[in-house]
Design a protein around this ligand. Structure first.
Ligand SMILES: CC(C)(COP(=O)(O)OP(=O)(O)OC[C@H]1O[C@@H](n2cnc3c(N)ncnc32)[C@H](O)[C@@H]1OP(=O)(O)O)[C@@H](O)C(=O)NCCC(=O)NCCS
Length: 178
């Protein structure tokens, strides 16, 4: 198994097809027939087997967010998944360790994700936070902007990377919610 980091625009059609199949299988019945749910990530970490077939992936989004008036540098983690026949072998953890390493190596204040299974992420240093979020709503069916949403999410988890401390209160995502 090897993990490669790719910018989204470097991904060719054949690889995009493999990613689409993996994502559709992993997040059935929600996922559309494309390699992203609402918006494409900026880059991905992709795990390949010896024959260079995709066996796992995680999307990454880097952007500024606004936490109670303070600009924060956020690396967002999107749609982590591993082929069913490869699950339980440490690939999910290896992908997340690479994400954490990116956070440690670069100018990032927080890693952020919306978790279906918080237990997986608690074991690697993430914790649940409870902020009132504002975000740009995208209709995933027809790919149009719906408006501005405001809500609290039980699934929101973060991992502090830099010196900044997370605070309760308002989190403006300054963009769409992944
Ligand atoms: C979640 C997922 C990415 C984990 O990938 P994986 O390669 O199987 O994970 P790993 O083998 O690295 O295991 C990571 C941890 O999860 C645990 N784990 C893995 N599969 C599990 C399962 N089915 N049930 C419970 N725990 C599980 C492992 O014990 C391990 O914990 P540890 O490191 O403390 O021992 C994979 O199961 C998957 O693609 N699921 C479908 C998509 C999904 O739900 N993604 C997460 C959205 S939040």
């Amino acid at each position: 198994m090897n993990i490669q980091q790719m910018m989204e625009f470097e991904i060719g059609e054949a690889l995009d097809k493999q990613l689409t199949e993996l994502l559709m299988k992993s997040f059935e019945p929600l996922y559309h027939a494309r390699s992203y749910f609402k918006q494409s990530p900026h880059l991905r970490l992709i795990a390949f087997d010896e024959q260079q077939h995709v066996i796992g992936q995680v999307g990454l989004d880097f952007r500024m967010m606004n936490l109670n008036g303070d600009p924060i540098r956020v690396l967002g983690i999107i749609d982590l998944c591993v082929q069913e026949e490869w699950q339980g072998g440490g690939i999910g953890r290896a992908l997340m360790e690479r994400v954490i390493a990116l956070g440690d190596e670069h100018r990032i204040d927080f890693l952020l994700l919306f978790a279906d299974r918080p237990d997986l992420y608690e074991r690697i240093g993430f914790h649940t936070v409870s902020n009132i979020c504002t975000w740009l709503q995208i209709d995933d069916q027809n790919q149009t902007t719906r408006g501005i949403g405001e809500a609290r999410f039980e699934e929101l988890m973060i991992r502090q990377v830099g010196d900044k401390r997370w605070t309760d209160g308002k989190l403006d995502l300054l963009g769409y919610l992944y």
